[in-house]
Design a protein around this ligand. Structure first.
Ligand code: PMV
Length: 284
């Protein structure tokens, strides 16, 4: 059985969403495909290597199987992974592989999980691996479309965006960095989260002509949270001089920058379209 799930882009609200504020997020037209076949023993085959259950090389897939086996005892499975989504870049590759694995396992072993169950299991896997998180990635990978999260309000946001991939980094480390800043400067950081929340809610009205200004404001606040860097700040300023307004998407510290595509894109960037379909079974 083959299932595929989309990556995602957080347009506004990352980090603040970990502390119960809103984020605006959309599924993108880059997908991860996972094939599951019944077998004796476990084998995971991906561009990262070929392993059995391995919580270091394939943490998301291994925890997905561990969680799945709490529902049904199975002898084994061969799991083959292929993905268009760059890894460790804030575009939701980890959740896409988690959600697609659970969905394909569900179909292959005929368990009858609903989409909501798939999301709940993927959410547990995210916590197993990362320890903390808002659940935004497994949510959007499961349900697709564009949403104000965690309110679960659907918005109609069909946009072409350019994405500039920087370097890989760990979401966990960036989330911990913000947690430390919040411990030290509680009141200040809470107000930064509130300001980000206002930006997100304003953006959810989908007046695209306001997006560049909102992107600029949100980027400044991410900088205030310490998840930008001198290198990123310089790049943001250089792109602005060239006429491109960008912000970090995802945890920051690297990952990706995005901006609204209006016919011209920065050198080295690629285009994505928002509002993609959620997890689904593919024809084999
Ligand atoms: O994993 P990333 O880079 O897409 O970051 C997820 C967004 C955060 O708000 C930083 C964390 C979370 O769980 O919401």
């Amino acid at each position: 059985m083959i299932a595929s799930a989309p990556g995602k882009i957080i347009l506004f609200g990352e980090h603040a969403v970990v502390y119960s504020r809103h984020a605006l997020v959309s599924a993108i037209n880059l997908r991860c495909r996972v094939e599951v076949k019944k077998s004796d023993g476990f084998r995971i085959i991906s561009p990262l290597g070929v392993t059995t259950l391995d919580f270091k090389v394939h943490p998301y897939v291994s925890y997905s199987i561990k969680r799945f086996c709490e529902l049904k005892e199975i002898k084994g499975a061969e799991i083959r992974i292929e993905s268009d989504i760059p890894i460790a870049s804030g575009l939701g590759s980890s959740s896409a592989v988690t959600v697609a694995t659970i969905k394909a396992m569900n179909e292959e072993f005929n368990i009858g999980l609903s989409e909501e169950d798939v999301f709940e299991m993927a959410r547990k896997v995210e916590i197993d691996v990362q320890g903390r998180g808002s659940g935004i990635d497994p949510f959007i990978s499961t349900f697709g479309g564009s949403w104000i999260f965690p309110k679960r309000k659907k918005v109609d946001l069909c946009l072409d965006l350019f994405v500039l991939k920087l370097w890989e980094r760990s979401t966990k480390e960036m989330v911990e960095k913000v947690a430390l800043l919040r411990q030290k400067y509680g009141e200040i950081v809470e107000r930064i989260f509130d300001a980000i929340d206002c930006i997100t809610l304003r953006a959810s009205e989908c007046r695209i002509e306001e997006f560049d200004e909102l992107i600029k404001m949100n980027q400044s606040l991410l900088r205030a949270l310490g998840v930008s860097s001198q290198q990123i700040d310089e790049l943001v300023a250089r792109l602005e001089k060239e006429g491109f307004i960008v912000k970090i998407t995802g945890a920051g510290g690297g990952g990706c920058l995005y901006g609204v595509f209006t016919g011209k894109k920065p050198q080295g960037s690629f285009l994505v379209r928002t509002n993609a379909e959620g997890v689904k079974i593919e024809d084999s």
